[in-house]
Design a protein around this ligand. Structure first.
Ligand code: ZN
Length: 134
């Protein structure tokens, strides 16, 4: 159960490409600041916490818990299959990621429930990082 088959896909930029390459390879990759140690997502040229330019890409566990969520009943485009769950996942490393939950009924989603990344290949270039119950 994904959010749809012909949904519009993100276009990697030089900045975000390491993230998308990681997804394609089955690894959830995020930037981490070499100065303050914070994880930065979405990809940015400078640390959003301390403005340092010394960001590096690191692999993460791909595990977290539901921090917040909403159920979408009206599709933003007809390609989206509704209802679907949009969630903010708090990752084990402490950073947050906006994503979709799959393989769960909207009524069964609970704040704090453990989830794990679930990669869905959409094209040769794009694999989307969704999350499902762990
Ligand atoms: Zn920083």
């Amino acid at each position: 159960m994904s959010t749809g088959t012909n949904i519009p896909l993100p276009r990697p930029t030089p900045l975000s490409r390491p993230h998308w390459d990681g997804c394609r390879d089955g690894v959830l990759r995020v930037q981490r600041c070499g100065d303050c140690g914070q994880h930065v997502f979405i990809p940015a040229p400078l640390c959003t916490y301390c403005q340092s330019g010394s960001l590096e890409w690191v692999d993460t566990q791909g595990a977290g818990s539901v921090y917040s969520y909403t159920v979408v009943h009206r599709p933003q485009r007809p390609e989206f299959r509704v209802p679907y769950v949009v969630a903010i996942v708090e990752m084990a490393e402490g950073w947050h990621m906006l994503t979709n939950l799959i393989d769960i009924e909207p009524d069964d989603v609970k704040i704090g429930m453990p989830v794990r990344v679930a990669f869905e290949r959409m094209s040769d270039e794009i694999t989307l990082p969704y999350f499902r119950p762990a």
